[in-house]
Design a binder for this molecule. Structure first.
Ligand code: AMP
Ligand code: ZN
Ligand code: ZN
Length: 418
């Protein structure tokens, strides 16, 4: 029996691991006890705005949402960008506490920059300060697998998912789905109880063509069909799988006229002498050099005097509800654009759609959470909740103990569970 099991694992993994991008990080097994637990498949559709299902009517997602448990909208954390929010979803913590305060930022203690495009940075454990749900599960003898998720390619607290992949933007949906299916066909001791899957299409179309475009509609339909196909195949396996579909943030139409330069040429030179500048668009960070030639308070006053559609803040006084103060990785001062406005030290080309603005100004930045499976209520919806509240809910589903501090609460998200 053992030998047959072993052969099955080898055959299954061999067929999805032919690529060098597929990794098996350990040789752990689910204990007999953990094998009895249910399964959670967490799917992220990047940039899927909270109202897209009503707006565009994708067949599968609409039916999934209506027949399962859902929230009116999921409120992202600030800044409403991809990496900060995938880590908030995965750790139950605000960006200031999980450490990924932007898609790009500077970490003064490491004297290094983080950027989602820098492979060395995204795989560097030192950037990640909070425990992701897959690490919590692995620590408690539950196997996990990630088909892409920001942070999943780095050891965190010494652990990686048992199975994970190197990020590749262009991997076809079919490959992603087939690998996830193969995970569920593994023998019980090797089958992951928590798996993630990620799609970038809707976000990419949102940036390139704007949230009201046919291209966004087509991207939604494409993802819809892929998830439907996966769901059909999964239901044939008769496993207690809970599928949770989330997104990281929404998307807003960008008006090319709504761009403001942060500083005049003269002031720009003064700033660049004393600060490292990171970002453009909805937020820009300014990190003080070792030998600043200027005084931040006076500089801020001078910038803000001429700022019509943004405001610059000393890090300690950014709006309290954004929870965006307490991290040395936030610039010594930051400039935050008003809703739908873009700012920068220089003007580059603007996308047709963007996100990154406050989650409290309107709902365009809000995302989704739909869930269906043996542990979720049917045809049930609750009001808007914060995305940091997902973590304790998944922990409860998988009966994982949380013995560390998180920002999220289970108070509201538990309402979705039976
Ligand atoms: P943004 O819209 O700038 O917040 O970021 C979205 C982009 O992040 C997408 O186009 C993805 O290609 C990229 N992305 C998503 N997940 C990962 C990952 N795990 N590693 C590297 N890049 C990623
Ligand atoms: Zn995103
Ligand atoms: Zn995006």
């Amino acid at each position: 029996m053992k030998f047959i099991n072993f052969l099955a694992i080898l055959l299954t993994l061999a067929s999805c691991s032919t690529s060098k991008n597929y990794h098996t990080s350990n040789n752990r097994s689910n204990s007999l006890e953990t094998q009895k637990k249910p399964y959670v498949l967490l799917i992220s559709i990047d940039g899927y705005r909270w109202d897209y299902t009503d707006k565009y009517g994708p067949k599968f997602l609409k039916q999934f949402k209506e027949s399962g448990a859902s929230v009116k909208s999921l409120r992202p954390s600030y800044p409403t960008k991809t990496f900060p929010n995938h880590l908030s979803l995965a750790t139950g913590s605000y960006p200031v506490n999980h450490g990924i305060v932007g898609n790009s930022f500077y970490a003064p203690t490491m004297r290094e920059e983080y950027s989602l495009r820098n492979r060395e940075a995204v795989t560097d454990s030192r950037f990640y300060l909070a425990k992701p749900i897959w690490v919590l599960a692995e620590e408690q003898s539950l196997l996990t697998a990630t088909y892409f998720w920001p942070g999943s390619e780095s050891e965190i607290d010494g652990l990686l998912p048992s199975y994970y992949l190197t990020y590749n933007h262009s991997t076809p949906h079919e490959d992603r789905i087939n690998t996830v299916l193969k995970w569920y066909k593994l023998p019980e001791d090797k089958r992951p109880h928590l798996a993630t899957l990620y799609f970038s299409d809707v976000d990419s179309a949102g940036h390139k063509y704007g949230p009201n475009s046919n291209e966004v509609k087509n991207a939604i339909f494409k993802v819809d069909q892929s998830i439907e196909k996966l769901n059909t195949e999964l239901s044939k396996l008769n496993l207690p799988i809970n599928i949770i579909i989330v997104s990281d943030h929404g998307m807003a139409e960008v008006d090319p006229k709504k761009f403001e330069l942060i500083a005049s040429n003269e002031l720009k030179e003064e700033i660049e002498l004393s600060y490292k500048v990171i970002g453009s668009g909805p937020i820009v960070h300014f990190y003080m050099n070792d030998n600043p030639q200027t005084n931040t308070t006076s500089l801020l006053e001078r910038i803000n005097r001429n700022a019509d559609h943004f405001k610059c803040y000393d890090k300690a006084s950014t709006p309290k509800k954004l929870n965006f103060r307490d991290s040395d990785r936030i610039g010594d001062f930051v400039c935050i654009a008003n809703r739908d406005w873009s700012i920068g030290l220089t003007k580059g080309s603007l996308p047709k759609g963007n996100h990154g603005w406050s989650q409290y100004e309107g709902m365009d930045m809000h995302s989704i959470l739909y869930a269906k499976g043996p542990n979720f209520k049917d045809s049930f919806q609750i009001k808007t909740i914060n995305n940091i509240d997902l973590y304790p809910m998944i922990a409860k589903l998988l009966d994982l103990k949380i013995n560390h501090t998180i920002d999220g609460t289970i108070k509201y998200s538990k309402e979705l569970l039976k």
